[in-house]
Design a protein around this ligand. Structure first.
Ligand code: GH3
Ligand code: MG
Ligand code: MG
Length: 399
């Protein structure tokens, strides 16, 4: 047990030595004839006093050093606490901003504003994995951006596929400190900071891990929200937009086309004698046919073309930036592709055809109901003409 501090122990030892010098000096200088002189003059006290003075000075210095050390430690403690408070404040503001973000673009903006401070560098980057595709969310602009993003993609892939996948701790890899972003046990992406922006102290690593955790949770929520929204807007059988959403998008596209003065066309088609397929092979078979039609539409048409299941086996295809001639070609291709579909059902191979009506938006036209009605009328004529054909709406055919 230590009852005394080092310098106090030194003082006590000094006192003990001084006492020994005063009282034992008699024996030490027994042979010295000056004993009497010393005894009477008290000269033996001098070295004792000297020792005491020296020890006392050491003692005082020790105390001063200790006081200085205590003051420095208090100061360091205060500034560390201040730093922690600033860091915490940053994380809280970051979390709040993320909480207000409902889509990936909003998260991108939040990162632009907050990430440099949180990561302590402008060179931090974020790669997020959406439906097996990588997307760069943050990272300083580079001249060869595509190449930089590809290499980060590769690195992020390695980080998430390595055995540390389940762990959120930062890992050093290929000259970067990489922090996996996970939520609910699922890997969402990677937050990276180049080693050049180091050193990575324990507290900085902790701050980066916290940043990645907040980001991971927000991204996961946004992706789930997007997925949910997508599902609620699409028809499960064909993967096309459902009627309500399709009509909404047609309205938006018509307004956009009017603003940009770009042509926009519409195809409406209906499967021929579909009822007979249901009657002969059952509804499940009818569903399989609809599924195959949806899949073929996605293969044949552009991603930017709006595909909508308008009714049972009636579809709308809106073609942005496409004049009537182009739309007619698309309709012909679609008709041919559908007629070449061979659908295997039990032991049979079913054939299928469709009738199509085509129209285009008249100058500055934004009335979706009028355009749909024209396409519908053209489709009706295609049925009349014997099905498996394309008809152009009368109003635009002459134009
Ligand atoms: P037409 O060539 O004149 O179009 O003849 P059709 O037999 O296709 O006639 P119609 O368009 O009136 O028939 C539509 C049929 O589509 C009737 C309905 O039972 C069927 N149908 C609608 N939605 C679905 C669905 O989701 N699944 C299945 N299996 N059948 C559906
Ligand atoms: Mg039909
Ligand atoms: Mg029909």
């Amino acid at each position: 047990m230590n009852f005394f501090r080092p310098q106090d122990r030194l003082l006590i030892a000094g006192l003990a030595v001084a006492l020994i010098v005063v009282f034992a000096r008699q024996e030490m200088i027994l042979i010295d004839r000056a004993r009497d002189v010393e005894r009477t003059s008290g000269l033996g006290l001098l070295p004792a006093l000297l020792i005491l003075v020296v020890v006392f000075l050491f003692h005082q210095q020790g105390k001063r050093q200790e006081a200085r050390a205590r003051a420095a430690a208090a100061e360091a403690g205060a500034s560390a606490a201040e730093l922690r408070a600033v860091e915490m404040e940053r994380l809280v503001t970051f979390g709040q901003a993320l909480g207000r973000s409902l889509d990936i673009d909003a998260i991108r903006d939040v990162l632009l504003a907050h990430l440099p401070k949180l990561a302590g560098t402008e060179d931090a980057w974020v790669m997020v994995r959406t439906e097996r595709q990588w997307q760069a969310l943050a990272g300083a602009a580079h001249e060869n951006r595509a190449a930089v993003e590809r290499s980060r993609e590769h690195l992020a892939d390695r980080v998430l596929n390595s055995e540390i996948r389940a762990v959120t701790d930062p890992v050093s890899m290929e000259g970067h400190l990489c922090v996996p972003m996970t939520a609910g046990g699922l890997a969402v992406g990677v937050l990276g900071v180049p080693d050049a922006a180091g050193p990575f102290t324990e507290s900085r690593r902790r701050a980066l891990a916290a940043t990645a955790t907040l980001l991971g949770i927000s991204l996961r929520n946004v992706l789930l929200f997007q997925e949910l929204r997508e599902h609620s807007l699409r028809d499960g059988l064909t993967g096309c937009f459902n009627r309500a959403h399709g009509l909404e998008v047609i309205d938006i596209e018509l307004r956009r086309a009017r603003r940009s003065q770009a042509p926009v066309s519409l195809i409406m088609f209906d499967l021929d004698h579909f009822k007979a397929i249901n009657d002969r092979h059952g509804h499940l078979c009818g569903d399989a046919v609809l599924k195959a039609v949806g899949a073929r539409m996605h293969e044949v048409l552009r991603a930017s073309d709006l595909k909508c299941r308008y009714g049972g086996e009636e579809f709308l295809v809106l073609l942005p930036e496409t004049p009537l001639e182009g739309a007619k070609r698309v309709a012909d291709t679609l008709r041919r592709e559908l007629s070449e579909l061979s659908i295997h059902w039990k032991a049979e191979t079913l054939a299928l055809t469709a009738s199509l009506g085509v129209t285009t938006a008249l100058t500055s036209e934004i009335d979706s109901q009028a355009i749909i009605a024209r396409a519908d009328a053209a489709l009706y004529r295609a049925k009349e003409y014997g099905r498996n054909c394309v008809q152009v709406a009368a109003e635009v055919a002459v134009a």
